[in-house]
Design a protein around this ligand. Structure first.
Ligand code: G3P
Ligand code: MG
Length: 242
């Protein structure tokens, strides 16, 4: 069974498939999550946006880069979004569809990309899955949008949360303590030792995103990084380069 990110021994680097296995399949699609499972990922990360009554699994707010659509996702109704090609004939999946596909075979890090109801909708869906037998530590919810993450924390406190940082805050990892986060995830460009030490002192594990080269591992280990988000899980799980 999947180990909680918070419970992962520091010696074992946790390898999280970024947007599924983005280096191998169209990101955040069912094909990408299938590939991550095939590559042996014990955790995957995905991005969600709440719009028109659905939690869409998609990274960008705009449609152009990853789909056949144009404009902002939030400008279109659910029927239009469902009809778009998200790469190689894949559709933009909903969080429910991804959870159904994964079926408890790996942990899921849900990143809240939007606010205004996203936390509430994710909490409702995960609460339902937990009531049906999923383990709370099988999920992690993270965000750069810390007020929305706090909403989630209040709505479903049994699910671990992770604070995402894209720089080095003046208050270092204080936000993680305020949110009782298990994890602080840092941009690979800002692996500041003071920040890492502060996060660990506050009881958090520290992950780095996005790491795609295996030759970075010695440095990451020296810095005390506990987990990585990667587009190429095979490079870190013994599969070699694609
Ligand atoms: O959660 C790690 C990473 O996914 C955060 O950045 O932009 O890839 O969602 P982004
Ligand atoms: Mg993400």
């Amino acid at each position: 069974m999947t180990t909680s990110p918070g419970a992962q021994p520091p010696a074992a680097l946790l390898v999280i498939g970024h947007r599924g296995a983005r280096g191998h399949a169209p990101e955040n699609t069912l094909a990408s999550f299938r590939k991550a499972l095939e590559l042996g990922c014990r955790w995957v990360e995905l991005d969600v946006q709440w719009h028109d009554g659905e939690l869409w699994v998609m990274h960008d707010l705009r449609l152009e880069r990853t789909t056949s659509g144009h404009g902002f996702l939030a400008e279109h109704d659910a029927a239009t979004l469902r009809a778009l090609d998200a790469g190689q004939g894949e559709r933009i999946p909903t969080l429910r569809e991804v959870l159904d596909l994964l079926d408890g075979r790996c942990g899921v890090n849900v990143e809240l990309k939007t606010a205004d109801g996203t936390a509430r909708a994710v909490a409702q869906l995960l609460r339902d899955r937990i009531a049906r037998g999923a383990r709370p530590e099988h999920f992690q919810v993270s965000s750069f949008h810390l007020p929305e993450l706090r909403e989630f924390r209040r709505a479903l406190p049994e699910v671990p949360v992770g604070v995402l940082l894209a720089g080095v805050p003046l208050t270092l990892a204080q936000a993680a303590a305020e949110l009782e986060a298990s994890v602080v995830s840092l941009d690979a460009e800002f692996l500041e030792p003071l920040l890492i030490a502060d996060a660990k002192r506050r009881g958090c594990h520290v992950y780095a995103y996005t790491i795609n080269r295996a030759d970075e591992l010695p440095r990451l280990r020296r810095l005390g990084i506990d987990g990585i988000f990667t587009d190429y899980p095979n490079r870190f799980l013994g599969g070699g380069s694609p």
